[in-house]
Design a protein around this ligand. Structure first.
Ligand SMILES: [Fe+2]
Length: 395
């Protein structure tokens, strides 16, 4: 299967952006059998057809709110509400089947396009980004699926990982989005943070470096792990990153290839990242350290936009893989909900860890230095790695 869409952003304004988002969603699922679209591939994830219905219901909800119209499908609102129907239940409930979900997507979109002049630009952008973000979740599901379900053509990565560290003197830095253009509420308000001097690696931890940790007994050495991390390691029997095979391979969708030393390690949990950092005499950066250096690094990015089906050589802050940070998700000082509590406020101070950056599976439009992603520290299905930092400057 190929996704032969040009890498360039669409022209033609909001309609073209909405169309581009929808086209990508449909291409993700077009080659899947009904059974593979409708079944649960992993208990952690929704059936893919649920994502389709949810994308439609989310757009139905927000366009109705904006225009004062009633929902096109009031009867589906609860089924596709992420809170009322959590992931664990989505395989059991009767949601729409393929044909019905596609028809619902079409019906909602038709109404959106006819009402565009009455929907605020912020909400339209949110709908586009929401659909992009669900595409990445759907790719996580497809990577979890057993071989044979999804067979994308992968672009072969070339080149070497970046080496060395960046030294950052202590500074007062501005963090967060400055309120121009689109950002989620949790990226605001922009505010100052004091950073002590630190060093941060120019690249996320490579597969080669992580393989040394594994070979050095990293998964067996209790002293490297936090108490909570060790509980998960023991209970789930972690011996290596998710998708690594016992004999030095890694599964990328339905193909297993030899480990690729220069690529960032991916599909490790926060706990594994933390144990590696301790092994190396380093630590994970705070999300503020990360954002500050990522902003200095500018526009340079690795693989983005879903079409390469894997990361490039470890290096850039944006692209290739998400990066776990040491920070727990919380609101910034002066945080205000906008436009809805359930996007992130309900996750504040619940022990979820912040991931920064973007992965190869993130649409370019979503990738920005202020974007905050988050998940439970034991999760490994995200296209996530990490980079290491250390206190102080080099002597
Ligand atoms: Fe959603």
């Amino acid at each position: 299967m190929t996704l032969d869409i040009a890498h360039s952003p669409p022209l033609g304004g909001v309609e073209a952006l909405l169309h581009d988002a929808r086209e990508r969603t449909l291409r993700l699922v077009e080659d899947l059998s009904d059974r593979d679209l409708e079944r649960v591939h992993d208990p952690l994830m929704s059936p893919l057809v649920w994502d389709l219905g949810h994308i439609a219901a989310f757009e139905d909800l927000w366009v109705s709110r904006e225009t004062g119209a009633s929902l096109l499908r009031e009867d589906l609102a609860a089924v596709y509400d992420a809170f009322e129907t959590p992931r664990a239940l989505r395989g059991d409930i009767s949601s729409l089947r393929r044909r019905e979900a596609l028809a619902y997507l079409d019906a909602v979109r038709e109404r959106t396009l006819s009402a565009l002049d009455r929907v605020s630009p912020f909400i339209v952008e949110m709908l586009i980004q929401h659909e992009h973000q669900h595409n990445e979740t759907m790719l996580q599901t497809l990577q979890l699926a057993e071989p044979g379900v999804y067979s994308p053509d992968r672009r072969e990565p070339r080149g070497e990982a970046a080496r060395g560290t960046i030294e950052v003197p202590s500074a007062t830095v501005a963090i967060g989005d400055g309120a121009e253009g689109f950002a989620y509420d949790n990226e605001r308000p922009r505010h100052e943070r004091e950073l002590a001097a630190f060093r941060i690696d120019r690249a996320p931890v490579t597969t080669a470096a992580f393989a040394e940790f594994v070979a050095d007994g990293g998964y067996r050495r209790r002293e490297l792990w936090s108490d909570a991390g060790w509980v998960h390691r023991e209970r789930d029997g972690w011996e290596r990153p998710l998708y690594w095979t016992r004999d030095g391979g890694v599964r990328r969708f339905d193909r297993t290839v030899p480990l690729e030393p220069e690529l960032p390690v991916m599909h490790v949990s926060f706990f594994e990242a933390e144990a590696f950092a301790r092994w190396r005499g380093a630590r994970l950066p705070s999300e503020f350290e990360w954002e500050y250096v990522a902003t200095l690094a500018g526009e340079e990015h690795g693989n983005l936009d879903q079409l390469d089906f894997g990361p490039g050589p470890a290096g850039p802050f944006l692209g290739d893989c998400w990066e776990w940070t040491a920070s727990e998700l919380d609101g910034y000082p002066g945080f205000r909900v906008h436009p809805y509590r359930e996007y992130s406020q309900v996750f504040f101070s619940t022990g979820q860890r912040v991931l920064r950056g973007a992965s190869w599976a993130t649409r370019r439009r979503v990738a920005r230095a202020t974007f905050r992603n988050w998940d439970h520290p034991q999760r490994r299905q995200i296209f996530a790695g990490f980079r290491c930092a250390q206190d102080g400057e080099l002597e």
